[in-house]
Design a protein around this ligand. Structure first.
Ligand SMILES: CC(C)(COP(=O)(O)OP(=O)(O)OC[C@H]1O[C@@H](n2cnc3c(N)ncnc32)[C@H](O)[C@@H]1OP(=O)(O)O)[C@@H](O)C(=O)NCCC(=O)NCCS
Length: 173
């Protein structure tokens, strides 16, 4: 398994991993990442891919994948907080997802380590917003030095249930 920068041809597999989250959130109320209310169709996926490629090309976003034997098994991106540039553009917002069958095997650790190191050339602060209930992901972020700076109560509404969102940050410069 290795980590590398994303290529355009990776996006179909990235979207497959993203899609797994819809089923997971449906089956497991504690699934710790948020999803859109409607699973994106082919057109929406093409729009999302074009949007991401545009921002990667414009260097507003750093995007990494974990690959094993030619298969994408996880991804992570850090996107500039505010576009066009503003007084918040030294902040990058991080998102990470590892394919279900690969979790707990060090993929997230490797992706995050790579992303944090590479982000130093672009950002001064990285922030991430895990569900407050997502102990596993929070443990991972804390291992890298992320600190909690706040809590947004009831920020996620999953069915009838409200879940708090935790705000975490890491100063990298
Ligand atoms: C959160 C997430 C990105 C973490 O990625 P991951 O690949 O599972 O993370 P890692 O395997 O590197 O680390 C998780 C645990 O596995 C352990 N681990 C690391 N390498 C390992 C290995 N080779 N074998 C077994 N366990 C290992 C770590 O020590 C860590 O243990 P801990 O939870 O007790 O601290 C991933 O679980 C995921 O995508 N979850 C669903 C979506 C989600 O919650 N995303 C985050 C939104 S904020």
């Amino acid at each position: 398994m290795h980590i590398r920068k994303v290529k355009q041809s990776d996006f179909d597999q990235i979207l497959e991993i993203s899609d797994q989250g819809y089923e997971e959130a449906r089956l497991n109320p504690d699934f710790g990442d948020y999803v859109k209310l409607k699973k994106p169709d082919k057109r929406r996926k093409a729009e999302w891919t074009a949007y991401m490629l545009k921002h990667i090309g414009a260097r507003d976003m750093l995007f990494y994948v974990a690959e094993d034997k030619g298969v994408i098994i996880g991804y992570c991106f850090v996107m500039k907080k505010d576009i066009p540039d503003s007084e918040m553009s030294h902040v990058g917002v991080l998102a990470i997802r590892v394919a279900k069958d690969w979790r707990g095997r060090g993929v997230g650790t490797k992706l995050l380590g790579y992303a944090i190191k590479d982000s130093r050339k672009k950002f001064e602060i990285i922030e991430i917003f895990p569900f407050a209930t997502n102990e596993r992901s929070k443990r991972l972020y804390r291992r890298f030095g992320f600190k909690t700076w706040g809590l947004a109560p009831g920020y996620i509404k999953r069915g009838e249930r409200y879940i708090d969102l935790e705000y975490m940050y890491l100063r990298i410069k």
